[in-house]
Design a protein around this ligand. Structure first.
Ligand code: GAR
Length: 205
């Protein structure tokens, strides 16, 4: 199975996925890393791991359709089976989602459906929740909305800042994102409406 990872920033989740592939936990190949930001540190991580990287920036295209057409061209060239959004701060169009239906995963730094959007950690902290944590889910046409695969609980401490809380959420992200990808690669995720069932390792039931 061939995976493409889409990133916009630091790429610590990409790094966790790279490690999980390297140690054989995920039996798949990361065939492509795409960034919509040429300064993303994720690109350095990918290159160090010997993975092909592409910078595809929306500003270089007249419309979102053209931007996504360029992405699709490369996904097809590399025969990508699964797309993992890892800190990719951009909405994909309904057409794109349709084309890769149930083959796009995303990680979000809050317990969905709470605190959607680009500031999931800050919003949860400011709201005053006592428990937050990351969500891995399938991507559908709406923002941070598709069926949920895995979540992890992270306690909010009285003295937390956005940075300290984000750090502990990241640790959980780096655990559950590779785990969710492994389940996908092994064909163990069964979507039933909004619910995702995790099939048994041995009999896939
Ligand atoms: C992660 O915390 C991820 O949950 C978040 O961006 C961060 C990327 O970190 N994604 C979103 O907020 C998407 N709405 P990374 O670049 O170090 O993997």
């Amino acid at each position: 199975m061939k995976i493409a990872v889409f990133c916009s920033g630091r790429g610590t989740n990409l790094q966790a996925i790279i490690e999980a592939v390297k140690c054989g936990e995920i039996k798949a190949e990361i065939a492509l890393v795409i960034s919509d930001n040429r300064d993303a540190y994720a690109l350095v991580r990918a290159k160090e791991a010997g993975i092909e990287t592409l910078v595809i920036e929306p500003k270089d295209f007249p419309t979102r359709k053209d931007f996504e057409k360029e992405i699709i061209k490369h996904l097809e060239r590399k025969k990508i089976d699964l797309i993992c959004l890892a800190g990719f701060m951009r909405m994909l169009s309904p057409d794109f989602v349709q084309r890769y239906r149930n083959r796009i995963l995303n990680i979000h730094p809050a317990l969905l459906p709470s605190f959607k959007g680009t500031q999931g950690v800050k919003d949860a902290l400011e709201y005053g929740v006592k428990i937050t944590g990351p969500t891995v889910h399938f991507v559908d046409e709406k923002v941070d909305h598709g069926p949920i695969i895995l979540q992890a609980a992270v306690e909010v401490r009285d003295d937390d800042t956005e940075e300290t809380l984000a750090e502990r959420i990241h640790q959980e992200e780096h655990r559950i994102y590779p785990q969710a990808i492994k389940l996908f690669v092994e064909g163990r995720l069964k979507i039933e409406g909004r619910r995702v069932k995790i099939l048994n390792e041995t009999n896939n039931k």
